[in-house]
Design a protein around this ligand. Structure first.
Ligand code: MN
Length: 296
């Protein structure tokens, strides 16, 4: 085991009435590369709530300063945003929304059961975070095989497979489907990484990691040996350590309390900044950052 690797125990959070395993942010680790938020939901979790509405339908809400990366393992979602986008999302496809200075969206579960997937956020760097919002849907993504691992590349490059999805900082995002046996993946040694199991158990350097856990790997590794005793699936996320200190509050990735307060006011006052989302779901009011007394 790499002495500096760090086991992360996810905490359980509630999103739209559904329990999710959140492995980022953690108190001691806010970002891995530019990845600043990692929620895994629906993996073996029974349908939440009263049975009327399966989990993960979320009404219109705003974002600033981040990309949302939505990735499903099963089920189907419908994305609506304030750019006028209406986009179904199925397993194997990628929705990548760029908030920039402001966007709003809603996500509806189109399945009759809980969706299994990952909601990931990428912090945008200073150079682009004040820019225009945008949306990309990638119906197909590149795939590459290493030993017993079939990798789908969501963002960045793995081996000789490169995704065309937008990324504003050097980064990688891949979904690895493992068969029993060993696989060795190439890593960019300038990147730090996080391994987030989505199904089954993965063994890294002799250490088993299962859903509800994640493993942080600091920069300096040029390869990643992965073992599985049975079929397993894991996300691999990483990038150049994000050199900017971010302030995250609710759905905002900012730099200061003032920016967060302004975004909250703009959303609650229905400012044109965030536009209008064509969804029948109820609009979610923003909490106010009353506890933020100073900039960080
Ligand atoms: Mn969102």
């Amino acid at each position: 085991m790499d002495a500096a690797a760090e086991l992360i125990e996810s905490h359980v959070a509630d999103v739209g009435g559904m329990p999710v395993e959140r492995s980022l942010p953690q108190r001691g680790r806010r970002t891995v590369g530019p990845w600043c938020f990692v929620d895994h939901y629906g993996g073996g979790t029974p349908t939440a709530g009263n049975g009327e509405s399966p989990g993960m339908s979320i009404g219109p809400h705003p974002h600033i300063g981040l990309h949302t990366v939505t990735w499903l393992l099963s089920g189907e979602m419908l994305h609506h945003d304030s750019l006028g986008t209406e986009q179904p999302l199925r397993p194997g496809q990628l929705n990548l929304m760029t908030a920039g200075r402001g966007i709003a969206h809603a996500e509806e579960n189109r399945s009759r059961r809980a969706v299994h997937g990952l909601q990931l956020w990428v912090a945008m760097p200073e150079a682009t975070r004040h820019g225009e919002p945008a949306f990309e849907h990638h119906a197909e993504l590149p795939a590459v095989t290493f030993g017993q691992a079939s990798a789908t590349v969501l963002v960045g490059t793995l081996g000789d497979a490169t995704s065309t999805a937008r990324h504003d900082s050097p980064s990688i995002g891949a979904d690895l489907q493992l068969r029993a046996g060993e696989s060795v993946l190439p890593l960019d040694p300038s990147f730090e990484h996080i391994i987030v199991p989505a199904e089954g158990t993965i063994v890294v350097d002799g250490r088993p990691i299962s859903t509800g856990q994640a493993l942080y790997l600091p920069p300096g590794r040029s390869e990643l040996p992965l073992q599985a005793n049975d079929a397993a699936r894991t996300l691999l996320l990483g990038g150049t350590p994000f050199g900017e200190k971010v302030l995250m509050f609710w759905n905002y990735v900012a730099r200061s309390a003032e920016e967060v307060a302004e975004a909250a006011d703009d959303w609650n006052n229905e400012s044109a900044r965030f536009g209008v989302v064509g969804s029948a779901l109820p609009r979610i009011p923003s909490p106010l950052p009353t506890w933020l007394h100073h900039t960080t």
